[in-house]
Design a protein around this ligand. Structure first.
Ligand code: PLP
Length: 395
């Protein structure tokens, strides 16, 4: 019996446990201080009314023999795939329903998709990064090339045409940096992928935070992207489904590599290893695309966007450099006074009782950066940033 030895190459992440430990120590010594957490990477507002109503309805349908549902299609119900197709068409992107695969969230699909790729492929991953891309490839033993996302390239690395790779990860709007690629930049990546006969895995989990209308929310807004890219999307941040679980992956039908069709391979993979997302959850997800559903999720998104603005306005006033905030729930700031990200973490916690996430936890280029998020309440975000302002202005 041999095990997958690649698991030995995974590094343990102590990021969130170290944060929790430091916060616990601080609160035990300073019980009178209200700690405000701006490190939260999870949504906090409840599901909107249309989603709840649709799910209640679906539960009732499950209670009657005439409307009861057993196993559904592994790749998702047509009603939801049609709504997603329609959602794309509003941005002039043509996606067929059978190019859409409903999942229980982007994280599972981002990991599972590697089933259909050779382990000898070389993977290009930006640093800093959402750690799932790195760990899932380490588990398979793939060679990873890291490309620097840093101050020089505004945290938006561009392709080096002399570099060869097979799989490219792009996350835009980015976690953790909040940076968003524009059309010209994404076109270059598409050009590079086609030239290299490589495949882009585009993670658009945060697309609904894009406020500037000229920025792409889908890779398929870029010409020729259907020839070289898959897209992973999620209801998690768009509609608060982090605990409800629903997402979707787009695999264009004419993507062929090594004589095999990726769409057919993924269908085969899913029908073999996955039994679909529950009817109740898919009914809730579908309600997001109704007119009223769109309005209601927009209210929640605007709430988070307002928090992001409060954070970025404070940083602007203090002349602290950052990316993100405008088209993303994340604000990635350069730690003032040359502090490294853990020193800055300690400073904020000990002086003002505010918690964020040290950039180092996302890769070496995060060493002097810090991630704040807009997922706390308006009141707490205001209070945290007032404390933050006082700390730096009074210094
Ligand atoms: N992709 C990125 C960049 C994320 O930050 C996250 C979650 O934080 C995910 C994907 C996972 O999303 P889901 O909840 O759909 O699994």
């Amino acid at each position: 019996m041999n095990i997958n030895q690649n698991y030995k190459n995974l590094t343990e992440s102590y990021l969130f446990s170290t944060i929790a430990k430091k916060v616990n120590e601080f609160t035990s010594l300073n019980s009178g201080v209200k700690v405000i957490k701006l490190g939260i990477g999870d949504v906090t507002l409840p599901l909107c009314k249309s989603v709840i109503d649709a799910m209640h309805n679906a539960v009732d349908e499950m209670s009657k023999v005439e409307t009861f549902k057993g196993y559904g299609p592994e790749q998702g119900y047509d009603f939801l795939k049609n709504s997603i197709q329609n959602y794309y068409s509003k941005r002039n992107v043509v996606i067929e329903p059978d190019e859409i695969f409903i999942s229980d969230g982007a994280k599972s699909d981002l990991g599972n998709i590697l089933d259909i790729f050779d382990r000898a492929n070389t993977v290009l991953i930006p640093d800093p990064v959402y750690p799932v891309y790195v760990d899932t490839n380490i588990m398979d033993g793939r060679k990873i090339i890291f490309i620097d996302a840093n101050e020089e390239n505004d945290f938006l690395p561009m392709p080096d045409f002399s570099l060869e790779c097979d799989i490219i990860y792009i996350c835009s709007p980015n976690n953790p940096t909040g940076a968003v690629y524009n059309r010209t930049q994404l076109s270059k990546w598409v050009e590079y992928a086609i030239k290299n006969e490589a495949l882009i895995l585009f993670d658009s989990a945060y697309e609904s935070f894009v406020s500037e209308t000229d920025l792409p929310r889908s890779i398929y807004e870029i010409e020729n992207a259907k020839k070289c890219a898959l897209e992973f999307c999620s209801f998690s941040k768009m509609a608060g489904f982090t605990g409800t679980r629903c997402g979707y992956t787009v695999i264009p039908k004419d993507l062929n590599f090594g004589g095999l069709n990726l769409n057919k391979m993924w269908l085969r993979r899913q029908t073999t290893k996955f039994n679909g997302v529950s009817y109740i959850v898919q009914s809730g997800a579908n309600a997001v695309f109704s007119e009223i559903g769109q309005q209601q999720i927009k209210e929640n998104l605007n709430y988070y966007k307002r928090n992001a603005r409060i954070i970025s306005d404070t940083l602007d006033t203090l002349n602290i450099k950052y990316t993100g905030g405008k088209n993303s729930p994340y604000i990635w700031l350069k730690c003032p006074n040359n502090l490294n990200s853990w020193e800055f973490f300690d400073l904020l916690l000990n002086k003002i009782g505010v918690v964020g996430t040290p950039g180092e936890g996302f890769g070496k280029n995060g060493k002097n950066y810090f991630r704040l998020t807009s997922f706390n309440t308006l009141e707490n975000t205001k209070e945290a940033m007032e404390r933050f302002y006082d700390l730096f202005v009074l210094k």
